[in-house]
Design a protein around this ligand. Structure first.
Ligand code: HEC
Length: 108
């Protein structure tokens, strides 16, 4: 429990450092853009073209691989399973798909 709480605080701190949203109600998903901007943009940029994390408009991503990456994390990317609700994860994935589309990439 304490570890989970600490982890949640770490995520919220990250979010706060991103300068967006206080995330006091992170369990209440709003829009794809809101979830993405408050959770992912710090590392991937608001346009998902990358910052400290990689550009997300590469050719090999599918909805399934994005979803898995968000749930399980990898390397320096934290796992969001249990920190974000399933609904919020789905919204974050939607936003990545939307941004990829704007960049001309299909996401099967
Ligand atoms: C703390 C910084 C950080 C945050 C926050 C973060 N990521 Fe990542 N992300 C990374 C890093 C670093 C990698 C590269 C991981 C590796 O392969 O070692 C990555 C990789 C990815 C990949 C795989 C890219 C590829 O081409 O294989 C996807 C998809 C992804 N992130 C989506 C997201 C989404 C969606 C969110 C928000 C829910 C998010 N990330 C939040 C740092 C972050």
């Amino acid at each position: 429990m304490a570890a989970a709480t600490l982890a949640a605080v770490a995520v919220l701190t990250l979010v706060a450092c991103g300068g967006k949203a206080k995330a006091s109600s992170s369990s209440t998903p709003r829009t794809p853009e809101f979830v993405y901007n408050s959770t992912c943009s710090t590392c991937h940029g608001v346009d998902c073209r990358g910052s400290s994390g990689p550009d997300l408009t590469g050719p090999d991503l599918t909805r399934a691989t994005i979803d898995t990456q968000v749930r399980q994390g990898k390397g320096r990317m934290p796992a969001f399973e249990g920190r974000l609700s399933d609904a919020a994860i789905a919204l974050a994935v939607d936003r990545v798909v939307e941004l990829r589309q704007k960049a001309g990439m299909q996401t099967p």
